[in-house]
Design a protein around this ligand. Structure first.
Ligand SMILES: C[S@@+](CC[C@H](N)C(=O)[O-])C[C@H]1O[C@@H](n2cnc3c(N)ncnc32)[C@H](O)[C@@H]1O
Length: 131
């Protein structure tokens, strides 16, 4: 079986390189924009500022075969599934953040951790914040 993904938009952040990115999200970080392709705008109906969303995005140019990795956070090695590392067989990144505001196809959140231009895979309400 094969999976087929479509990029539904992209993410704009202040970061141009991996090295500039913070190690992970922070709810007090700089304002970032999730830019949805226009054809999906209707899919934002009833999503509200203040609501928490799960954002799924796609990392490229990573090592997909590094099964045990060093964690800078803990200072020890661990299996990739025990880590939030971008180096994984399917480089899907995930973040749960609060919506600051929505303007058309643009959703503003604080504190994403990716390079500007990172492709967007999906948005879902946080499981504890379905309205
Ligand atoms: C540790 S990952 C965490 C990602 C996500 N918050 C998660 O937990 O799944 C964040 C790191 O991925 C790297 N990164 C950011 N944007 C990237 C991109 N577009 N492609 C590959 N790596 C990226 C940066 O080094 C950044 O610090």
């Amino acid at each position: 079986m094969k999976a087929e993904l479509v990029f539904i938009g992209h993410i704009e952040t202040p970061y141009k390189t991996k090295d500039e990115c913070p190690r992970n999200i922070s709810k007090d970080g700089p304002l970032c924009t999730i830019v949805l392709k226009e054809k999906y705008e209707e899919g934002l109906y009833r999503l509200e500022p203040g609501q928490k969303i799960l954002i799924l995005y796609w990392f490229e140019n990573v090592n997909r075969k590094l099964y045990r990795q060093y964690s800078g956070k803990t200072g020890r090695y661990a299996g990739l599934f025990a880590l939030r590392t971008p180096n994984r067989p399917n480089p899907i990144a995930a973040a749960t953040l609060k919506i600051e505001k929505i303007e058309g196809c643009r959703i503003f959140v604080k504190g994403l951790d990716c390079i500007s231009g990172t492709p967007l895979l999906d948005i879902k309400p946080d499981i504890n914040d379905i309205r």
